[in-house]
Ligand binder design. Structure first.
Ligand code: GLA
Length: 388
């Protein structure tokens, strides 16, 4: 849908008059650095060009009314009952953002909002961060008439998801959605949110995302379980490394010297993944800056293998996609991206091989899993911004 069509749709749903504004915020693909963000480690995501567009108009009566182009839901919310919307199947993320903004001192105004999402829902490309950051930006601009610091919008997004929606996610998705830049990946140190934008000079190589199309279940509880295991590993390691506050601060050689203090072998495996994954992110960013895409691809492969064997968040669907991808000519590396347990993989594929890659991987996957994957050939896009 074009912006013109969306404006017409807005008027059809909410009526004419007043000044309309539009905002966009993308989903993300993480190139490498998985399950490291909540461990104060490194991540290396890029914003994609799919995302959430909002057409918005201010209201004077302090209500937030919202709907989406692809859903029948209509939410009419009041600031007097801010916690009443937590269990909404749609609209809870937005109300979590409104609450987090109010708590941070923003005098959030009433508004009518039409949402249009192009990121697949539940597909591991963080459609939720797109919604959160677009909402935060939109409410901030409508309420204050100023542009926000987008890094603050990222932390507002994470707070909403942690405290209102109840998912203990890290900062990666919201940060990538807020801070992405066209043709760049973001090297982010999650312990202090320092970051640099690194050009994705991929020359004749494309980023190919493949969606398992698996219906994910129990993902929140499994995700939170991994977080708890990491906390246990850190507590054990701190008995001999008292100055470390995050697993992401521990170098692989220091870990090898001290890992014996972690009694539970499963917990030790989780820590091993996180610590070596952070090291891979550092090396990958260096490889990219040196134009060594082949090395980048081998780190991606090693990342997936570690998520499969040590962190145990892949599953047959993601492993089948990755195995099929790696057999393809012109594929430099392939791994799961996002939380795992389904969702998407990301592969680096030579331009001239992209078509055959999709065909062969789809055939191999369908044969084993029984239904087809979907593909998105993507570029790195800009982070959240106002369209008008
Ligand atoms: C989800 C979370 C992120 C991050 C990834 C795993 O996408 O929202 O914070 O933890 O999983 O790397």
């Amino acid at each position: 849908m074009t912006i013109d069509m969306l404006q017409k749709e807005f008027v059809a749903r909410f009526g004419a008059g007043g000044t309309l504004h539009a905002f966009f915020s993308p989903g993300r693909v993480n190139l490498i650095g998985e399950h490291t963000d909540y461990n104060g480690g490194f991540v290396f995501p890029a914003a994609i060009t799919l995302g959430t567009t909002i057409i918005a108009r201010k209201r004077e009566d302090g209500r937030i009314r919202m709907c989406a182009t692809d859903l029948p839901d209509f939410v009419d919310a009041s600031f007097d009952t801010m916690d009443a919307y937590k269990s909404l199947p749609w609209g809870n993320y937005q109300m979590g953002i409104a609450k987090a903004l109010i708590q941070s001192g923003v005098p959030v105004c009433g508004c009518d909002l039409l949402f249009h999402d192009t990121t697949p829902h539940g597909g591991g490309l963080s459609s939720s961060a797109g919604i959160e950051i677009a909402t935060a930006l939109c409410l901030y601009v409508l309420s204050t008439g100023k542009q926000p610091d987008m890094r603050e919008m990222a932390t507002i997004g994470q707070k909403a998801e942690n405290e209102y929606v109840g998912v203990s996610c890290g900062i990666m998705d919201q940060f990538a959605s807020a801070m992405g830049k066209k043709d760049h990946a973001i090297f982010l140190d999650c312990k202090d949110l320092s970051y640099s934008l690194i050009p994705l000079a991929l020359k004749d190589i494309r980023i190919v995302i493949a969606n398992t199309n698996k219906k994910r279940s129990l993902i929140t509880s499994k995700y939170n379980e991994r977080r708890t295991e990491c906390e246990k590993a850190l507590a054990a390691l701190q008995t001999v490394l008292p100055d470390k506050h995050y697993l992401g601060q521990i170098a692989p050689d220091v870990f090898e010297e001290t890992r014996r203090v972690i009694a539970n072998p499963t917990v030790a495996k989780r820590a091993e993944h996180v610590i070596y994954e952070c090291d891979r992110v550092l090396r990958s960013a260096e490889a990219l800056q040196n134009g060594d895409i082949a090395a980048f691809g081998t780190y991606m492969n090693a990342s997936h293998d570690s998520l499969r064997d040590l962190y145990e968040v892949t599953g047959i669907e993601l492993d089948t996609l990755v195995d099929a991808a790696r057999k393809e000519e012109g594929c430099l590396g392939s791994r799961m991206t996002g939380a795992g347990f389904g969702g998407c993989t990301v592969s680096l594929v030579k331009c001239e091989c992209v078509e055959a890659f999709q065909k062969h991987v789809a055939e191999a996957y369908t044969k084993v899993i029984g239904y087809a994957p979907s593909f998105y050939v993507t570029d790195a896009g800009d982070g959240g911004h106002q369209l008008f």
